[in-house]
Structures are given as C-alpha cells and as structure tokens.
Design a binder for this molecule. Structure first.
Ligand code: NAD
Length: 258
C-alpha cells in the first residue's frame, strides 16, 4: 500500500463515527478485553495486512499531538473505502466517539493488542549472512513488538563474532538459549539447502512461529505457523505494472491494481 495523500491534509478532515460503527466495534471484543476468536477469524489476511499501515499513520498523528482521528480520514489517506476501514477497525474492538472519531492513543493500543504487538515477542535468527545481518540491523522491528534476542550460524568462522551488536552463537546453543529465554519465533535466513533442517531445529527448540525468508516450502508439524516472505513477488507485480504502464502510458501505480 502506498501512502499517496498528504498525511496532514487528510488528518485534518472531518471526524465522524456512526452509531453502526460503534455497535459493530463493541461486539468484536470479549469481556476479557481481547478480540473474540470470531473477530480474528473474520478479520482475514487482507485486513491484518492493512492494520500496520493504519498503525504507522496513527503513530505519526500521535507524535504530532493529534487526539482524535475518524475512520473516514484513515480511509482517504489509504485510498480505501470507509466501509473497509470500519470493518478493519471493528476487529480490534475499538469504540469510537460520535462526531469525534477514535482516540488516536486508544486506536494505536487496540491495533497493537490485536496484532500481539503490545508486548514483546522474542525471536532468534538462524543464518547470519547478507540478509540475516540486514534484518539484525533493522531497529524498526521493535516498533512491531519484535526483538531478535539471539543470532545463530553454522559457520564456525562466524560464531563468536559480533554482527549488528549481537554475538553470533553456535547452533548447539540454540535449544538451551531458546528454552531459557522463552523464545516463540524464529527468523530463517539460511541457504535453501539448509532450510528444512534448520527449521526442524527451531521446532526442537520449542519455537512455533517461523518467519521464513528462504524459498523452501517447509514441511513441519501443523502446530507450527510459517510465514514465508518473497521479495520476488512484490518485484513481479511492480515489473508487470511497469510493462503495462509503458505500453499504455496510462500512469497507473502498482498498488492500485491490488
Ligand atoms: P548468505 O549465504 O549470505 O547467508 C546464509 C548464512 O546462513 C551464512 O552465514 C551461513 O553460514 C548460514 N548457514 C548455513 N547453514 C546454516 C544452518 N544450518 N544453520 C544456521 N546458519 C546456517 O545468504 P543470504 O544472501 O543472506 O540469503 C539467505 C537466505 O535468504 C537464502 O535462502 C536466500 O534465498 C533467502 N533470500 C530471500 C529473500 C526474500 O525475498 N525472501 C531475499 C534474499 C535472500
């Protein structure tokens, strides 16, 4: 999703929250204050993918001292229909104030809580090569509640060295480290031929979520959640759109086609 509209102009727009908006939002949250499983199921992948973009904008608004924002403003800024934004926000359980919209701080908290980014998820990274080192150096993950607590590599020449402020550890240390530190997530940046075995080692270490950057389709127990990232997919969309644009001269952007 590309941020096409000027944030400040959009943020200054009208703040309206309908009665329907408020009613829908109420039903999405359990008495315990957590999103109902029904709400999570209904949210769907597309919604979950949009939430970080709202969050990014909301953090900017919060930093600028803005207290309220309307669903309409969020929709305008993200080139979305207001009804989509309303449905997206409903899953977080947030309740808006009529004519004012949502309290920015509350909305940030609600989205973070829904995504599980309000606490801190500790991760280990396997494979401190080009990509692994770049991910280790990205401080922005902390804004998403992710802290890479340990980095591991199979290369004895790398073990004991410091990369992006973390000491690279031997694979033999992974299981005790992960268990001791209650690690739940593993970032996999090893070469493709090593991916399956490395993923199995992560599972053995008690990790049940794997952020897989390798091109390998991992074969793991069903209880393990694997999210595979492939930059080539985004590049393919961009290349395709560029070709169309070049042919038609229409000037349409890649994100409008999605
Ligand atoms: P690299 O060769 O620079 O680094 C790989 C590292 O993994 C090395 O340090 C190596 O010693 C280590 N390693 C090898 N076997 C291991 C094992 N069993 N356990 C732990 N560490 C091990 O490679 P790279 O360029 O950083 O790429 C890493 C992976 O990321 C590759 O699978 C590559 O295809 C993938 N990749 C994906 C994307 C994407 O879009 N998702 C982009 C770039 C690279």
């Amino acid at each position: 999703m590309k941020d096409r509209s000027p944030l400040r102009r959009a943020a200054a727009g009208p703040a309206k929250t309908s009665a329907l908006e408020s009613a829908t939002l109420h039903s999405a949250i359990t008495p315990a204050g957590t999103p109902s499983s029904e709400a999570v199921r209904k949210a769907g992948v597309a919604c979950v993918k949009r939430l970080p973009a709202y969050l990014q904008m909301l953090r900017v608004l919060h930093g600028e001292g803005q207290e309220y924002v309307s669903g309409t403003v969020l929709a305008t800024t993200h080139n979305l229909e207001p009804v989509i934004v309303r449905k997206d926000l409903a899953v977080t359980g947030i309740v808006g104030t009529p004519r004012r919209g949502f309290r920015v701080a509350d909305l940030i908290h609600a989205i973070e809580r829904f995504l599980g980014w309000d606490g801190q998820t500790k991760a280990v990274l396997l494979g401190v090569g080009n990509l692994g080192a770049a991910l280790l150096g990205y401080r922005g993950f902390e804004n998403f509640g992710l802290r890479i607590a340990g980095a591991f590599d199979a290369d004895p020449h790398k073990v004991g060295t410091w990369v992006q402020g973390r000491r690279v550890q031997a694979l033999s240390m992974l299981v005790p480290f992960a268990r001791r530190s209650s690690i739940t997530l593993g970032v996999l940046t090893v070469p493709a031929p090593a991916a399956q075995a490395a993923a199995e080692l992560l599972v053995q270490a008690g990790i049940h979520g794997i952020w897989n950057f390798t091109p390998v389709k991992l074969n793991l127990p069903e209880s393990v959640i694997v999210q595979t990232e492939d930059l080539a997919q985004g590049l393919a969309v961009l290349s395709h759109e560029l070709r169309i644009e070049h042919r038609s001269g229409a000037g349409k952007g890649a994100d409008q086609a999605r």
